[in-house]
Design a protein around this ligand. Structure first.
Ligand code: UDP
Ligand code: MG
Length: 315
């Protein structure tokens, strides 16, 4: 049995040596399986690629795909899924926040035959800024309320799955990728393995509050049409309110004959309705932008270098 471990790496030269050492230890514990490490270098600007080449030279279990520029973690994971040949496939961060030591237990659970995948979720968010945790919690509440993606709070991308599930993921070739949603959408029987949050061994996170916000909005737009319905329902609601106001003004004019009063309320209404219209246009714009990128059918990633044969360089 082969297990492919997909490792997206972006500027991870500092943490890769720790990760590689740890993986070697884990692999020695699991004699029954042959572990293949599939590193995806996502356009790193530090020594990541050089390190990967050095590992690949001395270790036949190491494969790498190196992108022509930074395409993002989602593209890196997709490249991994498209090129992983193992019977079981795992995705794992290079910074040891996804503890490699959990792997034997995950394989054991898959072997029991009851599940198609073992996913991990953090039960604590120790070491994370409180404001980030607060927004993260709200995001999970909202996306589960309004989409069919079924995303678990604290879910990581770290999971081990059977190859059938990987085929399903590869078949979802959408350009705007939100893996947490994709994993939930395709279904299959998933076992959730809880673990305590681990901090990065070295280097820095690539996320800031702004990029996380963008990620959250993208996730919602990729898996839910509810914002569009909110836009149309609020439009309808505003029309009703303005109709009632109109009646009120006409009746007041007929009863009291007072035409000058009310310019302030007129301005308020114009500004208010203008704001709502712009917001709704913005929501539609988001969907149109996604559609635009989707119909262009640009490749998800471009591979500049690899030590693998039979690799599709553009997908
Ligand atoms: N990563 C990537 N491309 C990117 C950003 C991140 O391949 O554009 C990789 C990164 O090298 C790491 C994983 O994705 O292995 C998770 O990144 P990070 O640790 O910054 O995210 P966090 O754990 O803080 O959510
Ligand atoms: Mg990390």
């Amino acid at each position: 049995m082969t297990i492919s471990i997909i490792v997206p790496c972006y500027n991870e030269a500092e943490s890769l040596p720790y990760f590689y050492e740890e993986m070697k230890k884990v692999s020695a514990q699991m004699e029954k399986y042959s572990l293949e490490l599939l590193f995806v270098n996502d356009g790193s600007k530090d020594g990541t690629l050089a390190l990967l080449k050095a590992y690949a030279q001395k270790d036949s279990c190491v494969r790498y795909l190196s992108f022509s520029r930074n395409f993002g973690k989602e593209a890196a994971m997709y490249a991994g899924f498209c090129n992983a040949h193992g019977d079981y496939v795992a995705v794992m961060d290079a910074d040891m926040q996804d503890p490699p030591s959990l792997l034997p237990k995950m394989v054991e659970i898959l072997e029991s035959g009851e599940y198609d995948s073992v996913a991990t979720r953090r039960v604590s968010r120790v070491g994370e800024p409180p404001i980030r945790s607060w927004f993260a919690r709200r995001f999970y509440e909202i996306i589960n309320m309004i989409s069919d993606a079924d995303v678990v709070d604290g879910a990581r991308d770290f999971r081990l799955m059977k190859h059938e599930m990987v085929d399903a993921i590869v078949s979802m070739s959408e350009y705007n990728r939100f893996s947490k949603g994709i994993f939930g959408w395709i279904g299959f029987r998933t076992y959730w393995l809880p673990y305590e949050n681990v901090e990065r061994v070295a280097g820095e996170t690539k996320w800031n509050l702004w990029s996380l916000m963008k990620y959250a909005v993208d996730g919602i737009i990729n898996f839910s049409q509810v914002p569009l319905s909110i836009a149309s329902w609020s439009g309808l609601f505003m029309t009703l309110v303005s109709f009632v106001l109109l009646l009120f003004i006409v009746i007041r004019k007929l009863l009291f004959g007072d035409p000058v009063m009310g310019w302030a309320s007129t301005i308020c209404a114009i500004v208010f309705i203008g704001g709502i219209q712009l917001a709704c246009l913005g929501i539609m714009g988001q969907y149109i932008a996604k559609t635009y990128m989707e119909v262009k059918r640009r490749p998800h990633y471009i591979i500049a270098e690899t030590n693998q044969k039979d690799v599709k360089c553009v997908k």
